[in-house]
Design a binder for this molecule. Structure first.
Ligand code: SF4
Ligand code: SF4
Ligand code: FES
Length: 266
């Protein structure tokens, strides 16, 4: 059964903008992206919106619906009352390019700062082995579709652009944790996570977990374990002694520069 949906959609660019009012016919079973496409097709041909898969897998249709970070293609119109006006705005944490499209290059810069996996030597028979439990632990983290909704919702950067250089954000804490838990990886990312990536700025409010469309328990399964790993290292008496006599990196307090590269596991 169809009905007329009232929408408010943010229109504008870097110079500024405003909410535009639209009324569009929608059908049962449709999602917010369907309604936006119909607005685009019938009333606003120049409305900019980014999308690719319409299946919750490419992570490109991220925006804010009634102020909440969500995927446009996975938000059903039936989540709202038929008479309710739905307001769609671009992600607030990233600079607007046009209308609902934002510049998410902040995230790619943070990804570049994160050292990739570097595996140790193979076993004598040429294979690499790890426990099944270690294989399974990383599966949850690999569900990430890089929609950056968690980055958008995180209060450390949402209204605080000045924190961006010092904070990688929950999506990348997830990646730090995934790699740090990999038993065959030889890098030790704990100093980098606490220093250049700003793990200490996270106060585990779990807002990132609440908006993740993949249901990844970002805070419980990645950020808190990563914080525990950093603390383990910080208060390890052997590490303390190594710091004192200059054998190990000294900086656990955020002073390590990005360009200094990762620390290898002792
Ligand atoms: S738990 Fe940490 S990373 Fe997640 S939204 Fe809160 S402050 Fe940001
Ligand atoms: S962790 Fe979840 S919210 Fe964050 S980028 Fe990945 S899929 Fe999106
Ligand atoms: S269009 Fe791909 S996640 Fe929405």
């Amino acid at each position: 059964m169809g009905y007329d949906l009232k929408m408010r959609i943010w229109r504008g660019d870097q110079e500024g903008g405003e909410l535009g009012d639209y009324t569009v016919e929608v059908s049962e079973g449709e999602v917010v992206l369907d309604a936006i496409h119909r607005v685009q097709a019938t009333q606003a041909g120049d409305l900019a919106v980014r999308w690719n898969c319409k299946a919750g897998k490419c992570g490109s249709c991220s925006a804010e619906i009634n102020g909440r970070p969500r995927l446009l293609c996975m938000t059903r119109l039936s989540d709202f009352d038929a008479g309710e006006t739905i307001t769609v705005t671009p992600m607030r944490t990233f600079p607007v390019i046009r209308d609902l499209v934002t510049d998410v290059s902040f995230n790619y810069e943070k990804a570049r700062q994160l050292p990739g996996a570097e595996l140790g030597p193979r076993d004598d028979d040429g294979k690499r082995r790890m426990m099944q439990i270690d294989v399974e632990r990383g599966q949850e983290f690999r569900k990430c579709i890089e929609c950056f909704l968690c980055q958008d919702t995180c209060h450390v950067v949402r209204d605080h652009d000045h924190n961006k250089p010092a904070f990688a954000g929950p999506r990348f804490f997830l990646r730090y944790a995934e790699l740090d838990m990999h038993p065959l990886d030889t890098h030790d990312r704990r100093v980098l996570a606490q220093g250049a990536a700003g793990l200490g700025l996270c106060n585990i409010t779990k807002c990132c977990t609440e908006v993740c469309p993949e249901g990844i328990k970002i805070t419980d399964n990645a950020i808190i374990p990563m914080k525990e790993r950093v603390v383990d290292r910080k208060y390890d008496p052997l590490v303390w002694l190594g710091n004192k006599i200059g054998l190990r990196p000294r900086d656990y307090e955020g002073r390590m520069e990005v360009g200094e590269g990762p620390v290898r596991r002792p």
